[in-house]
Ligand binder design. Structure first.
Ligand SMILES: CC(C)(COP(=O)(O)OP(=O)(O)OC[C@H]1O[C@@H](n2cnc3c(N)ncnc32)[C@H](O)[C@@H]1OP(=O)(O)O)[C@@H](O)C(=O)NCCC(=O)NCCS
Length: 162
């Protein structure tokens, strides 16, 4: 089941996102960059502040539950009719069960309701934990951009119509 996140979900959201980002960045991004991004984006105070809809079209976090446990988290925004998928992570041992698809479907519904006509996601080049998933859902690479943070890494930009 996927539902909007509440404040009590914040510790699990931070854990899941930090672990998923670290695992999917291994060998692609320097550890110092992973640590810095994690400290910035998956800091509990920040996630508390961002738990619901906010500025810049942010639609709030959503979580996937299995039994009583939060096992995945996602979130997106809509800017100029583009639905941005900004966060999508699962507990690593819950992959391959359709939970990622359930989270993507939920955020896609939010995107449509907010007027988006297509979706965009940025994925670190070489992230084979995520790229096949997005291709399976009809996303195609439309460009790339520097990852930044003093690395040579690139992010691929993938898009699909909604
Ligand atoms: C990406 C992620 C959210 C996908 O969630 P998931 O629940 O494992 O994916 P699903 O079970 O819904 O899979 C949907 C389809 O994609 C395919 N797929 C998913 N990940 C795949 C992979 N790494 N390689 C090949 N196929 C994959 C599945 O086989 C399935 O295909 P099917 O419909 O033909 O059966 C999850 O694997 C994850 O958290 N990865 C690590 C973190 C990450 O990289 N997040 C994205 C940051 S941009």
């Amino acid at each position: 089941m996927v539902r909007p996140a509440v404040a009590a979900d914040v510790p699990r959201i931070c854990e899941i996102c930090a672990a998923g980002f670290a695992a999917s960045s291994a060998g692609l991004l320097p550890a110092r960059v992973v640590a810095a991004r994690t400290a910035t984006y998956y800091d509990r105070e920040r996630v508390v502040a961002e738990i619901g809809p906010g500025p810049a079209g942010w639609l709030g976090y959503v979580v996937a539950e299995s039994g009583d446990s939060v096992v995945g988290a996602a979130g997106g925004s809509v800017v100029d009719r583009v639905g941005h998928l900004l966060v999508l992570y699962l507990d690593l041992d819950r992959r391959g069960l359709g939970l990622g698809t359930a989270l993507l479907d939920h955020v896609s519904g939010q995107h449509r309701t907010s007027g988006a006509t297509h979706q965009r996601v940025s994925v670190t080049e070489g992230n084979e934990m995520a790229l096949p998933f997005y291709r399976r859902h009809g996303f195609e690479v439309t460009g790339h951009e520097p990852f930044g943070a003093g690395t040579d890494a690139r992010s691929l930009v993938l898009e699909r119509p909604l």
